[in-house]
Design a binder for this molecule. Structure first.
Ligand SMILES: [Zn+2]
Length: 353
């Protein structure tokens, strides 16, 4: 992928743009105060964002005595970014505007997510459905939420396709994208420390500090966290690993069970609760250890049966917990929305260089 996939650091322009987006409407003075930077820094950054057409001046604040401050807003029609994620059985593609709001989406079935030809064919199909061919070059870029277990040749094929289409691309960890998708969809408060425990190709945790990924490319899968010493034997040679307790027959199967549970199937409800309890115990321990303001549970099983996961979480977090627990309900897929946000964050402010 042609983007700067590793070691991304939010620039001042990105921070300003995100702050304005969160507030809907704000002033330079407020930005400087809230971001803790000088007025000159904000003035320069706003100037660049106005020139790039990403912000616009929407009027004047009420007078507080002196000169009335100019109000700033994000121009939501300015640009669009794409986000893509690949699950075992489907490819999800979304388009978002500059504010991160979902504009269009398409979900295409996959027979074999490990087949580079099928995956790139589906991606081209999705792109054709979402973006007229002559507008592809005007897109800000495409973000890919990369499953931990995506084969190298699929990743290479995706990169080659985006290069051939002349679309800038960036990739991020699946869990980081799920966290960004949740944050930008308004599921978390605008500031604070949040963790997103994502059930995808692996179980992993992503951290956001005031909406910005904290060490976005680090973090190990939690699958082999040993939580039940007397539990089932894992292929890693040990017993009671998290994935065996929290998704005993895999994520795709757990999702099917969760969908049945949501339809009222009692045996399925019991099975999902049995899987949700160990997962939410780990989530509660992580939240307490890290002092999280919000803990987001994301991934297709939790999204299919949010009530069961919240019930399970309540047993571990308690009623007076300082951590707010959220089950992500971003449609069609938090990772796809978050991957598009990653593309916005990576490319928006470098467009007019
Ligand atoms: Zn194991």
């Amino acid at each position: 992928m042609s983007g700067t996939g590793d070691g991304r650091r939010p620039t001042m322009d990105t921070a300003v743009l995100e702050f304005v987006r969160r507030r809907t409407e704000t002033t330079r003075v407020e930005i400087a105060r809230e971001l803790g930077v000088t007025a000159a820094t904000v003035t320069n950054s706003v100037k660049r964002l106005l020139t790039a057409g990403l912000l616009w001046e929407s009027g004047h604040a009420r007078s507080t005595g002196g000169k009335r401050a100019t109000l700033l807003r994000v121009d939501d029609s300015a640009r669009r970014a794409l986000g893509c994620t690949i699950d075992e059985d489907r490819l999800s593609l979304v388009a978002v505007d500059t504010t991160g709001a979902l504009q269009a989406r398409v979900v295409l079935p996959l027979q074999d997510a490990k087949d580079p030809i099928e995956v790139t064919d589906r991606l081209q199909e999705g792109l054709a459905a979402l973006v007229p061919g002559d507008e592809l070059g005007a897109m800000t870029g495409i973000g890919f939420a990369m499953p931990d277990r995506l084969p190298g040749d699929v990743a290479r094929a995706l990169e080659e396709l985006t290069v051939a289409l002349d679309v800038r691309s960036v990739r991020g960890k699946e869990s980081t994208c799920a966290a960004l998708g949740s944050f930008w969809s308004g599921e978390q408060s605008g500031s604070g420390f949040s963790g997103t425990l994502h059930l995808g190709s692996t179980m992993s945790l992503a951290l956001l500090l005031d909406g910005i990924p904290f060490r976005p490319d680090s973090g190990h899968p939690l699958d082999h966290l040993r939580i039940a010493p007397e539990g089932r034997l894992c292929h890693c040679g040990r017993r009671g690993c998290l994935h065996l307790e929290a998704a005993p027959s895999g994520i795709a199967d757990l999702t099917r069970t969760a969908l049945a549970a949501a339809q009222g199937d009692e045996a399925a409800q019991d099975a999902v609760m049995a899987a949700a309890l160990p997962l939410t115990r780990v989530a509660a321990n992580l939240a307490i250890a890290l002092g999280l303001d919000t803990m987001v549970l994301a991934g297709s099983p939790t999204q299919a049966a949010p009530g069961i996961y919240l019930d399970a979480a309540r047993q571990h977090f308690g009623d007076d917990a300082t951590t707010r627990v959220v089950v992500s309900q971003v449609q069609p897929h938090p990772c796809a929305v978050g991957a598009a946000v990653l593309a916005l964050q990576t490319f928006l402010t470098s467009v007019e260089r």
